[in-house]
Design a protein around this ligand. Structure first.
Ligand code: SAM
Length: 360
């Protein structure tokens, strides 16, 4: 009988990769311990071109907008890594500190032989703290990173050098597509699904609830677990500085989406004609990022055959980062059929690492 797709099999004591193709996916990189998949035809969700046409083609009435998913071309992913190192961007440092504390317990709960599925894995830097603990607990580790960014393959190739027992099935796809892929490929392995970096906060209420329900559906046995890093509500000044740093790296990250439109869709945006804006919306409890047009302008996007009309002061919404409190987190998880099993937080209560299991 052939092994399930994307699963490693033991071959005379050596891990060998099961090369089974996945219908609807192309394998974009394959090595002895790594396979990368991407959906043929771009998957179910809006393409960049469709999103730009729908979000910026909009005339008067309704704010222009783009999903934060489109920040992460190669340059955007690189800029995000620089953001993570900024003194103002407390999220990465706090989460890494909490992971260091929590990883042994997480590895114990995950149990031997567990598979690690990660949503929005990015550089997989903090993932190393979980991998270290899993590696200490046993030899082989199966890792399934899911990310829309093409940088996924590079990030995981670095991991292979450092973890000899690691096998990687990378999925270059959206969270939704990746979860389906991981569910189908899971076999009987116990699964820990990680969602770090407070990326869940980039989803508005309904989308976050929908994703959590998908996470719950992807969890099968009672031993599966879900680990989420979630940013907590705090002082406005701390929040706004985290998204509008003194070195202007976040501004470059935000403006890069215009450069991406120029590169990929034949746009003629001049980033110098836009300002980066980040403000905490207290009633919605989220930091909102926008690009504000500094003048009246009409910008052609030749590849789409459209002209984007912007008046002076008009904004394009590019990201919301929701902030939570613990009762709200418990409610969100319960609403998706997840029960919070353990919470790790820093002494000032600025960030939380939340471990959930399927609600009974
Ligand atoms: C805020 S970064 C966090 C990266 C990493 N987890 C961390 O904690 O540093 C969000 C990551 O999710 C990816 N991403 C954003 N939207 C996505 C989506 N809808 N589906 C899959 N990946 C997405 C981005 O490419 C990026 O790597």
């Amino acid at each position: 009988m052939s092994p399930p797709a994307g699963r490693a099999v033991l071959d005379g004591g050596r891990a060998a990769w099961a090369e089974a193709a996945r219908p609807g996916y192309e394998r974009s990189a394959v090595g002895p311990r790594m396979a990368c998949y991407r959906p043929l035809g771009g998957g179910e969700e809006q393409t960049f071109a469709q999103a730009v046409a729908a979000g910026l083609g909009r005339g008067r009435g309704g704010e222009k907008s783009l999903s934060p998913r489109f920040f992460y071309d190669d340059r955007g992913s690189e800029l995000f890594e620089r953001i993570c190192e900024l003194p103002e961007y407390y999220l990465t440092r706090l989460e890494a500190g909490l992971l260091e504390r929590a990883a042994p317990e997480i590895a114990e709960i995950a149990g031997p032989g567990a598979r690690l599925v990660e949503l929005g894995s990015g550089s997989s830097c903090k993932t190393r703290l979980i991998l270290d603990a899993l590696a200490r607990a046993r030899g082989g580790i199966e890792y399934v990173p899911i990310d829309v960014s093409d940088t996924l393959a590079r990030s995981c190739a670095c991991l292979l050098d450092d973890y000899p027992g690691l096998r990687v099935t990378g999925v270059i796809d959206t969270y939704q597509g990746g979860l389906e892929f991981a569910g189908d490929a899971g076999g009987g392995a116990r699964t820990l699904i990680a969602f770090l970096g407070s990326s869940i906060g980039n989803l508005d209420g309904g989308a976050a609830r929908d994703l959590l329900r998908r996470v719950r559906r992807a969890m099968r046995g009672g031993g599966d677990a879900f680990l989420a890093g979630m940013d907590l509500v705090k002082d406005r000044g701390i929040l706004e500085r985290a998204y509008d740093d003194s070195r202007g790296v976040t501004a470059q990250f935000n403006l890069n989406v215009l450069r991406r439109i120029n590169r990929e869709l034949g746009g003629e945006f001049d980033p110098a004609k836009f300002a980066h804006v980040a403000a905490f919306n207290e009633s919605e409890r989220r930091v909102e990022m926008r690009l504000r047009s500094l003048e009246d302008q009409a910008v052609a996007v030749r590849g789409l055959g459209i002209t984007v009309e912007l008046s002076r002061g008009e904004t394009i919404h590019t990201e919301s980062s929701h902030k939570y409190d613990l009762p709200q987190i418990r409610g969100m998880m319960a609403g998706a059929g997840l029960s919070v099993r353990r919470v790790w937080s820093d002494p000032r209560g600025h960030y939380a690492l939340v471990l959930c299991s399927a609600a009974p």
